[in-house]
Design a protein around this ligand. Structure first.
Ligand SMILES: NC(=O)c1ccc[n+]([C@@H]2O[C@H](COP(=O)([O-])OP(=O)(O)OC[C@H]3O[C@@H](n4cnc5c(N)ncnc54)[C@H](O)[C@@H]3O)[C@@H](O)[C@H]2O)c1
Length: 275
């Protein structure tokens, strides 16, 4: 299995800035929130109530104690409380990372309730959060949003109508929000991770990363899966002034997943014209 990569923060890059990261108690969102804290931002994170204590422990272990607000992103009232709570705590809001998402993965068997919840937590929750956050970003003279999308946004995968449809909608939301918020100096982009070692994936592997990393790694040119911190770096780049001329786009952070053809990595295939 690939070793866990480390990242050197750019000291003070986000000093004086305030960021809100949804789903920041665990996984990819946690890594993004932690890297923002390490680069000097004030950060508020949300998480499901069941995840709040674990998130608090993980931040404390790294020497941080960001405000953690627990609730469901599928509920409009919670989204409103989250943005209001962030501004009440830190006085402004510069960055939004829409990361929390429903993991319901169903196809022919999906119920209307499955579809509705996937959309409510996903693109509808993302859209409301952008609308609410933009009001405060405008007051601060601008800002940036990163939506966490997925490789699943633009490909078919078995039994995933709910998840892939919801991720597909995030792509259009990103473009439309970027257009309308550009006059307010608010940039909106997305990242699309490949397979990343977080708890859902770990659960599917039965905790056996050593066996499954090379197997699922084959879907990626880099022949391994990614780690949450490897998503954090690109997200921080898109939030930062280094990305000042980037908006309305999607950055694949997928180890080459999207560019890999049906021949895969080639080791099991004799391809005409190659050695
Ligand atoms: N892990 C992967 O392989 C992978 C690949 C592509 C995209 N993604 C995307 O990355 C994002 C984070 O995924 P992860 O793997 O880190 O997940 P995770 O389970 O490790 O963490 C999810 C976080 O979101 C919160 N959350 C989940 N549902 C919520 C809800 N309804 N309301 C409020 N908070 C909620 C959880 O409390 C937690 O903090 C998601 O948007 C996911 O679709 C993950």
């Amino acid at each position: 299995m690939s070793t866990h990569p480390t990242r050197t923060p750019i000291a003070g890059r986000f000093k004086g800035k305030v960021a809100l990261v949804t789903g920041g108690t665990n996984g990819i969102g946690h890594a993004i929130a932690l890297e923002l804290l390490r680069e000097g931002a004030q950060v508020v994170v949300s998480g499901l109530p069941a995840d709040a204590a674990e998130g608090k422990r993980a931040f404390a272990a790294a020497g941080f104690s960001p405000l953690i607000l627990a609730g469901d992103m599928g509920e409009e009232n919670f989204c409103r409380e989250l943005v209001a709570g962030t501004v009440a705590q830190h006085g402004r809001l510069d960055y939004l990372v829409n990361n929390a998402f429903s993991f319901i993965a169903k196809g022919l068997d999906a119920t209307r309730a499955d579809f509705l919840y996937s959309l409510e937590v996903g693109p509808l929750g993302f859209a409301l959060m952008i609308q609410l956050a933009a009001e405060h970003m405008k007051k601060g003279g601008g800002g940036a949003v990163v939506n966490v999308s997925s490789i699943s946004a633009c490909i078919a995968q078995p039994n995933r109508w709910t998840y892939n449809m919801a991720k597909g909608a995030v792509a259009q939301l990103t473009r439309c929000a970027a257009l309308d918020l550009a006059p307010h100096k608010i940039r909106v982009n997305s990242v699309s991770p490949g397979w990343i070692w977080t708890r859902e994936v770990d659960k599917a592997a039965g905790g056996d990363r050593a066996t499954f990393d090379p197997v699922w790694g084959q879907f990626h040119m880099l022949a391994r899966m990614g780690h949450p911190v490897e998503i954090a770096g690109p997200v921080l780049f898109l939030l930062s002034d280094d990305a000042s001329f980037i908006t309305g786009t999607n950055l694949p952070v997928d180890g080459g997943y999207n560019s890999l053809g049906p021949e895969g990595l080639g080791q099991n295939t004799k391809i005409a014209g190659t050695k």
